[in-house]
Design a binder for this molecule. Structure first.
Ligand SMILES: [Zn+2]
Length: 254
């Protein structure tokens, strides 16, 4: 018998006999409690996100913001991070606090990077210790190469659409709208699902800017219906995304 079990036996009256299976039952109880604790952490979103991204196959994250974000968010745009850096407890993509511009919304776009140029980026990212800034022209070239790559691109299809959409909102809003709609309609893989709520939000912003207020409101309403408070999983809106959607809906109804 183990130590704690001997202590337990010593404080009980000698007339009580402890069954031999008691240590096993205690062990099972212990495991159950550990599992329950794990479950609580998962429900709190702490373990789920980390486990999920570790399984996702993503090898690089790119921080991307829409053009109408605050200066602090824009300054963090185009930074690349290795999954290890993003998963660390201390990770924050912003060097300075977000100024809570109503349009601030950022996405960490995950790429598997199975095509040649992305592979070169991955090598450099490793050399730089897992964090590096990608010059805008370089990212543009990377996305152009991705659009003509024949192999290794399929896993990144919707992530690349997200990066393209955020970059083209001002120069080519109709192309950006098409990208956001494609993300909403085609995201099915777990690793793409977290792009859906940001795509709904930016779609509604662009539709409103284009004078299509009713369509903009419908996009927000659809998002709030499909991603209600009970929604769990990688595509569940964050608190700030939900607040943004609610605020946008109120403004679009005014
Ligand atoms: Zn901001």
């Amino acid at each position: 018998m183990n130590g704690p079990f001997n202590v337990l036996a010593s404080i009980l009256p000698s007339s009580i006999e402890l069954p031999d299976v008691l240590p096993y039952l205690l062990a099972i109880l212990g495991l159950t409690l550990i599992w329950k604790f794990h479950d609580m952490l998962v429900k709190a979103g702490r373990i789920q996100t980390k486990d999920f991204w570790e399984r996702s196959g993503v090898r690089v994250f790119l921080f991307a913001t829409p053009p109408d974000s605050c200066i602090a968010c824009r300054a963090a745009n185009n930074f690349a991070y290795s999954p290890g850096v993003v998963m660390s407890n201390k990770f924050s993509p912003l060097q300075r606090s977000c100024q809570n511009n109503p349009n601030c919304l950022y996405v960490l776009v995950g790429l598997y990077g199975g095509w040649t140029e992305a592979g070169q980026l991955l090598v450099r990212l490793k050399q730089e210790g897992g964090t590096m800034w990608v010059v805008d022209g370089e990212l543009k070239a990377l996305l152009e190469k991705a659009s003509t790559a024949r192999a290794g691109i399929s896993a990144d299809r919707l992530s690349l659409r997200m990066l393209e959409a955020l970059r083209s909102e001002e120069s080519n809003p109709s192309a950006a709208i098409e990208h956001y709609r494609a993300i909403i309609d085609h995201a099915g893989e777990d690793r793409d699902l977290h792009l859906v709520v940001p795509a709904f939000i930016r779609l509604s912003v662009l539709l409103q800017k284009a004078g299509q207020k009713d369509e903009a409101r419908s996009a927000v309403e659809r998002c709030l219906t499909e991603y209600g408070p009970k929604k769990k999983g990688p595509d569940a809106p964050t608190d700030s995304q939900r607040a943004l959607l609610t605020k946008r809906l109120a403004a679009l109804k005014a």
